[in-house]
Design a binder for this molecule. Structure first.
Ligand code: 3EB
Length: 300
């Protein structure tokens, strides 16, 4: 169990996301990580507080968030390598004040630096076969990371409408983000797909600043483009917009109705979708949408 402070919009209170797996389950801990695994996959979560938040005064150029992110990912890699699930499939990242400046740079940039250091320091590539991911600003709480990893390497999918995130130019931060637009597990039947957090970015630029309706539509065009790439690799899998389940992160609660209406113009009303409040990693992004498919899903 891990607590993520991204309130449900028009929600009835607390909601709980449960991932179920078949077969014999084994659980345990590894440093700060709690995990449970079966024969084919491992799920883990970790929350680490950033003590002394600003980090100022200790004469150290590395921010608290950078260190916490680096530590969380190094523990993650040590665990999955030791247990034999080296294929990091999907990572969910949440931490407060993602757009705030601290210690001379944006906190999302500090997160990216820590993540990249951990990948490199754990002998992993920061390009190509990298996990699907999201990074959102929670309303409060510690740095939270949860993840799924597999015995075999999943297949990273990119979006031809967007530059790979790991090739973003420096104006979006000195250290580029380490994630793929989607990740596909072809060893599962049907294949399982995770589409990373997807926003109104074409090339590397934010489109439609200030226009939440256009940003929502653009994000869905990006997801369509990712799905059509995934279908080239897995043509037999049902990977249409309608086959996935969605999480939609809305920066401003006042935009909820507009985002939901736009989303439902493109995606049928019986397709599962959860609307949550969270800050998106660029200050001009008002909405971000992630999705997954190929696994069982119940909403209650
Ligand atoms: C983007 O496309 C929007 O840093 O892990 C989306 C998904 C975004 C994942 C991450 C960031 C991340 O750049 C932001």
């Amino acid at each position: 169990m891990v607590n993520v402070v991204t309130p449900e919009l028009a929600g009835r209170g607390e909601i709980c996301e449960v991932w179920r797996a078949k077969g014999r389950l084994v659980d345990g801990t590894h440093g700060p990580i709690r995990y449970r695994r079966n024969d084919s996959m491992i799920f883990g979560c970790v929350e680490i507080g950033e003590d002394g938040r600003s980090g100022a005064g200790d004469g150290d150029a590395t921010s608290g968030l950078h260190k916490v992110t680096d530590a969380a990912y190094r523990h993650l890699f040590a665990l999955i390598d030791e247990m034999g699930y080296p294929g990091l499939f999907r990572a969910w990242n949440y931490f407060p004040e993602i757009n705030a400046e601290a210690d001379g740079s944006e906190r999302y940039w500090q997160f990216n630096a820590g993540r990249q250091d951990a990948f490199t320091g754990s002998g992993r590539s920061t390009k190509g076969n990298v996990p699907a991911a999201c990074a959102l600003g929670s309303v409060a709480g510690p740095f939270v990371l949860y993840f799924l990893a597999l015995r075999e390497a999943p297949l990273a999918i990119e979006n031809p409408r967007q530059i790979c995130a790991y090739h973003y130019p420096q104006r979006y931060g000195p250290r580029s983000p380490t994630f793929a637009r989607a990740n596909l597990a072809l060893s599962h039947e049907p294949p399982v797909l995770f589409v990373s957090g997807t926003a109104s970015i074409v090339g590397h630029q934010t489109l439609h600043p200030g226009d939440v309706v256009a940003q929502t539509a653009e994000s869905l065009r990006n997801i369509e483009a990712v799905l059509s790439e995934a279908r080239r690799v897995a043509p037999q899998a049902g990977l249409q917009l309608e086959d996935l389940a969605y999480k939609i992160y809305v920066r401003n609660p006042a935009d909820f109705d507009a985002v939901r209406a736009t989303f439902r113009q493109h995606v049928a009303s019986d397709v599962p979708a959860l609307f949550l409040q969270a800050d998106v990693c660029r200050a001009d992004l008002l909405v971000e949408i992630e999705a997954s498919g190929g696994h069982a899903l119940e909403m209650e």
